[in-house]
Ligand binder design. Sequence first.
Ligand code: ADP
Length: 594
Amino acid sequence: MTTERTLPTINEAMARFRASLLRRASAVAWVILIIVGAQAVRSEVYIEPGFYAPMIGLTTLLVISTAVRWDRVMATWGAPWVSCVWMLALIAGFTALGAVPELAGAAEPILFGLAAVSGLLLIWWTHALVTVVLGAAISYLAFQAGQADAIADVLAPVLTVFVVAAATALVGFEFEKEAVVSSGKESILEQQRLDFERLYAVSATLARAESLAEIVPHLIGTICKYLDAQVGVVLLNDTDLNRLTVMSPIWVNGYPLETEEVTVDINAPSVVSQTYRAAKPIYVRRVDDHSDSHVLLKDLGLKQALVAPLKVESMRVGVIIVGDPYVGDFTEDQLDQLGSLAAPAGLVLSQIGRYEAQAEMTRRLEEVAQMKTDFVSTVSHELRSPLTSIIGSLDTVNRPELAPPEPTSQQLLLSARRQAGRLQRLIEDLLVVSRIDRGAIPVQLGPIALKEIFDEVNRVVAVEPKITIDPPDTTVEADRDHLSRVLINLVENAAKYAPDSEIEIYGWQRGTRGFIAVVDHGPGIPVEQRERVFERFTQLDQSDTRSKGGTGLGLSIVRSLTDVMRGSVRIEATEGGGATFVIELPLAATVGVG
Ligand code: ADP
């Protein structure tokens, strides 16, 4: 089951070369056989058994040799034997043919050729054997030809065979070395390609997932598949508890399996904690049932395991375990592979973990904000009824016919009425704010003539603003209640913060937009505070504001209401000092056009 990374043997490395050499040698042997055949016909020796017996043998050998799938045969352990037998058979056949005097000239040269082929094709001891046989065959042919007397005539061809054999053996040896090296390189490249493929599969799994619950089973599933392991578990560090927590589900036999919460102390002697602390992968060849350090591995039913740290650069975030319920055939290479697969996993797991923690925090904050809004809304509603009745009673008691005669009592009643009024405004503001927060603010847009709404505001506020509208029939698209609340708020603020100044309200239009400006000549609002005052509970000068009975909610309501009416509000400086609040709204006639 393991994926081992071993260098190829000489046999494997040379298999392709030897197969092609055999094919080519067979082809050459065919040609020579045909030449020898032709020679036999010419010299009319073809009917002699000395010719046709070896001829039939050689033809059969060459037919087989042409049909055989040498690539396959040469990759097996029997390759040296098969090629040695093939050589000996050829030598025997051609020597027999060479023994026929008329054919000696055509058959003999192939023996020299075979000496060369043998050097490249055979391993050293079979080559040596073949060389000796070749030497004997050449000597035999020389004797047959009746040259035995002239020793030199025998020695020369025999020596030539030996020299050719030695030279090609040297070439063959060099060639083998090269082949092993380059084939080794090829297998390393192949291994790297597999490593990349694995890394890509893990990265692709990681890129698809959006939550830890989704990513963990995919991730360990992919890693187990590549390392051919049956069990996979991811543990992430819970920094608050200083414990490694098993992420559910774990991976067992090709399926995710939900687990209960299991944690391991980071400082425990367990091999899992050790891997985390040392930030180095560990290969547990044999899980020991009696060892404390193998406690979690034992619980998982593992007999062998690879444990690697999950890291983000130098920061440790957890541990990954893969293992099998039987004893050891993992390799050190697989441990390395787990290390490299764990690298991208650590990064993404920690990012998603952090993202999920943040999302959980946001969700809780939203819950709290919702609870607060609900609470404010409920309390405001509950306060409104009794307050209305208190105000009603105070107004009644304040009537001249019922008012107490003593001035002090009158004063106290008036003060109580003022404070009740403040409370009422605060409650109204809070109710509007909670409605805005719930997105439950009703909006009814319609054409509103500025003149009408300004007059309405004028009737409600305690001051008397100077009103200018140009052109006088300027009509905006807005919600009557909201716009009126916005203007009352701004005019009352002006009256409050610029008590001695004249207040003006301007209305005008430009293009498709209508504009309203509420202008005072009081202290104004510094440029850097002009956005801040629209935030809730923002009051520029606490002591001053408090004395004026503000809540810090008014302008935030103004902004929210202009927003829901598809308008905007901004602050400018009044010429000569003071604040100018400019509201911009769509003009009634143009609504729906742009
Ligand atoms: P508040 O209830 O305090 O009036 P607002 O939201 O209406 O709350 O106003 C926020 C702050 O902006 C006020 O406390 C005040 O300091 C400042 N402010 C508002 N209107 C004016 C104005 N016309 N002139 C000067 N300062 C103002």
